[in-house]
Write a new protein. Structure first.
Length: 303
């Protein structure tokens, strides 16, 4: 009987191997896909070494990543150009690349202390919502900028006001408005989570960034605590990297620890490859970040 069991076990294992099926039936399912943040190549784009219109092609052909996160700074002069937008979508579609989100900067402070300027900032984002809808993105990424005026509570109230108005507009197009920890109070996970809880709209959430937790000069918020606080509202994740050691690990962020926080939060979605270092070239940094994430996913799959 024992020999029969051993034979059946071997036969099942062999058939699974030949069928290309995983042998580790108990392996944990990892519900993540990779996307590429356009900012990873910002030096090349700003220097006009690369054409922003080719981003989808670059992402797939050069890095094997079939989902992209656009940055509005590279398309500012094309903001109202419907023909360009149509072409950008066609380029992504032709490559079979998914457009995930648009990172929006330079459109004003959504928590501006001046009510008129705050409303203008909200309206300045409307066109990017239209872009996101047309391209097939699920979100625009914004900043909870408040110009550092007033108490934390007063700044939070203004951020809630601006984000609510913008989210109400975006909701009509089924687009999310997601806030990244991006310096100052927004890099205080507890503060930003508090803002999210007060907006109370399903299409307003966060984009936790592994590396943006500087809350003041020489002052860092605990990045693991911050990500854990922001994950309940997350509709995207940015795996920010800067430098790597000889083993291929990021020097300031424990990716296994960080991605376990993401996984345990029940997140299922895209994880953005975003390299912002200087020791490696942009291309090498993207590849190193992707490799580290893939290795991390494999470790997490072991359970």
């Amino acid at each position: 009987m024992l020999q029969r069991r051993e034979f059946l076990r071997s036969a099942i294992g062999a058939s699974a191997t030949f069928a290309g099926l995983p042998l580790l039936a108990s392996a944990r399912e990892i519900p993540f896909k990779l996307s590429l943040a356009q900012w990873s190549l910002h030096k090349a784009f700003f220097a006009k070494q690369l054409d922003p219109a080719d981003f989808a092609k670059i992402s797939k052909k050069d890095y094997g990543i079939e989902a992209v996160e656009y940055v509005n700074q590279f398309y500012k002069d094309k903001k109202k150009d419907d023909a360009f937008l149509k072409d950008l979508k066609k380029r992504a579609d032709d490559e079979g690349v998914r457009s995930v989100l648009i990172m929006c900067d330079g459109e004003g402070a959504l928590g501006d202390p001046d009510e008129k300027k705050r409303l203008l900032a909200v309206e300045n984002h409307f066109r990017w919502v239209e872009w996101a809808k047309y391209l097939g993105c699920h979100s625009i990424r914004v900043n909870a900028q408040t110009n550092n005026v007033g108490t934390p509570e007063e700044q939070a109230a203004r951020a809630v006001d601006g984000l609510t108005k913008l989210s109400e507009f975006a909701g009509k197009s089924d687009i999310n408005v997601i806030v990244e920890n991006h310096g100052g109070l927004s890099s205080n996970g507890e503060w930003l989570a508090g803002v999210m809880s007060k907006v109370k709209l399903k299409n307003c959430g966060t984009l936790p960034d592994f590396g943006n937790f500087r809350i003041g000069k020489d002052q860092e918020y605990d990045r693991y605590k911050g990500v854990k606080e922001l994950m309940p509202f997350a509709k995207g994740v940015s795996a920010k990297s800067h430098d790597f050691d000889d083993m291929g690990n990021e020097t300031k962020t424990d990716y296994l620890k960080m991605m376990k926080i993401v996984l345990d939060a029940g997140y299922k979605g895209y994880v953005g490859v975003e390299y912002e270092g200087s020791k490696l070239s942009e291309s090498e940094g993207i590849k190193a970040t992707k490799k580290l994430l893939e290795r991390t996913f494999a470790e997490l799959a072991k359970g």
